[in-house]
Design a protein around this ligand. Structure first.
Ligand code: GUN
Ligand code: FE
Length: 494
């Protein structure tokens, strides 16, 4: 949408959206042009109390409003470990780095520092909704909910359940009953601080099958059924993990089947990773309408594998993006979206190597994909690639759909809530290198300014689409100038 105005009421709900300039009185919109980037027209207290926000045009036309990012899978408790993973893979990574750190969050003092930093940082990256794993500790998990409330981030808060022998003694639930009781304690806490779940929702969180006994999985499945609450967990992340599940549940057909027989595959279930699903498992997930959180930064960092997102989308499964901090080294969904694009290109490159005959097959008309290829008038290789638009869809609407919020966030439709970020790119520095008589000193100054401004250089010739592509591939939190959740300003970069 270019040159549109959006009206947001005092509850943070979008109540109107019209082409700019709107037909309404000029006074409602009279802009104080020197005030802000992005034209936030504050008009609280006008006749109808609406706030107008101009979309599609920032200061000097380099900025735009974008729906807030949705992080469908992030371990707030692991935030201090971002960037620390060495050459580990999932199971040794858990034992070496993750379990010891999570154990330290039994301290409320440590939890407060970790959770405050994590929420502030994700907000600065434009994450307006996050689905968090905390730890097994009830008090610090409840504190995470309080911090999200206070800072104004929309969040799902999961008390992590883990009761079997795979977990270290120092980080294990006493019993399945205790784990379910502790989960209920966090649900009760959230119900008391946000009774309508306007901002914070509890989410039932078995860590993953290898961490959980069958009675615990059943207990949590039953709790989900009686409470109608969402569920989050991990699925099919790493091949050793899958082998472990096979030994743990030898009579089950698959890892997904274990969740299914315990009542944990629902339309409100978010399954992180899903890198190595069999076709049968994909059919099962599709049937159950369960969602997938794609965590490409994590999958590459701890070398879990390359998730075939195009296949999942073609199956009609809902997919969102997760940072999976700290399996993933970045708390930014923009980085996750970028890595989703890169992983899809790596998969495309692998097809070319595996199927050098595909073009020939095409010509002979024996390729079963031929019709599909013709329909999309592109090669199989290109079809694997996720476009800029698709990656940003996964980062917003896709994630919102995974969390059951597609009517509320992820876009700027009337009736949705104003969860938005103001993105602005910086002009290329005018360092005068090719101008006559320019002093060297001034050139250096120009460069220093460019460095301070932000990571993206605009040359003034870019289309809107190209500017968005530059943001996806080159941008960072310096480009995120303001962040709103439910109409409340929750982050501002000055
Ligand atoms: N599987 C079980 N626990 C975890 C975790 O903390 N992170 C990731 N990425 N996978 C897991
Ligand atoms: Fe994870």
């Amino acid at each position: 949408l270019e040159n549109h105005a959006i009206a947001v009421d005092e509850h943070g709900v979008i109540i109107d959206r019209i082409a700019f300039p709107p037909k309404r009185e000029d006074s409602v919109l009279s802009p104080s042009r020197d005030e802000v980037v992005g034209w936030v027209e504050r008009n609280w207290g006008t006749e109808d109390g609406w706030e107008w926000v101009r979309v599609g045009e920032g200061r000097e036309g380099r900025g735009w409003w974008f729906p807030g990012f949705v992080d469908t899978h992030i371990h707030a408790s692991q935030y201090p470990n971002v960037g620390i993973f060495g050459k580990s893979t999932l199971l040794d990574w858990l034992n070496t780095y993750t379990f010891p750190l999570e154990s330290s969050l039994s301290s409320l003092t440590i939890a407060r520092r970790v959770y405050s930093s994590c929420v502030a940082r994700t907000l600065s990256h434009g994450t307006t909704t996050a689905s968090y794993f905390a730890t097994k500790h009830v008090a610090s998990t409840n504190l995470l909910a309080d911090i999200c409330m206070q800072k104004g981030q929309r969040a799902f808060i999961g008390r992590v359940c883990m009761d079997n022998d795979l977990n270290p003694d120092y980080l294990r639930d006493e019993s399945p009953e205790q784990a379910v009781e502790d989960t209920k304690a966090t649900i009760a806490h959230i119900d008391s601080v946000d009774p309508n779940h306007a901002l914070i929702t509890p989410i039932i969180t078995p860590r993953f099958v290898p961490s959980c006994s069958s009675p615990l999985l059943s207990g949590l499945g039953a709790l989900a059924k009686e409470s109608y609450l969402p569920i989050q967990t991990h699925l099919s992340e790493n091949t050793s993990e899958i082998a472990l599940v096979r030994r743990q549940f030898p009579t089950h057909n698959s890892y997904s089947h274990v969740y299914d027989t315990h009542g944990l595959l629902t339309p409100k279930t978010v399954l992180a990773h899903c890198v190595h699903l069999s076709p049968e498992e994909r059919i099962l997930l599709k049937e159950r309408r369960s969602k997938i959180s794609h965590c490409p930064v994590s999958n590459t960092s701890i070398s879990s594998g390359l998730c075939p997102v195009r296949v999942l989308l073609d199956d009609g499964i809902d997919v969102g993006l997760g940072t999976d901090v700290s399996g993933g080294y970045s708390a930014s969904i923009l980085v996750a979206a970028r890595e989703a694009a890169m992983v899809s290109r790596t998969l495309a490159a692998l097809i070319a190597e595996e199927e050098p005959q595909s073009e020939e097959k095409d010509q002979q008309g024996v390729d079963p994909d031929k019709e599909l290829l013709a329909k999309h008038s592109t090669s199989a290789k290109d079809r694997k690639k996720l476009s800029v638009e698709e990656c940003l869809y996964l980062a917003t609407k896709g994630g919102a759909k995974c969390l059951g919020f597609e009517q509320r966030v992820g876009g700027f439709e009337v009736g949705m809530e104003w969860d938005a970020q103001l993105v602005e790119l910086d002009d290329a520095a005018e360092d005068g290198a090719d101008e006559d008589g320019e002093e060297e000193e001034e050139e250096e100054e120009g460069r220093a300014d460019a460095g301070a401004a932000g990571p993206v250089e605009l040359w003034g010739r870019e289309t809107w689409g190209e500017m968005v592509a530059k943001w996806l591939f080159c941008g960072d939190d310096r480009n995120t100038k303001k962040v709103f959740v439910r109409g409340r300003l929750v982050h501002e970069r000055r």
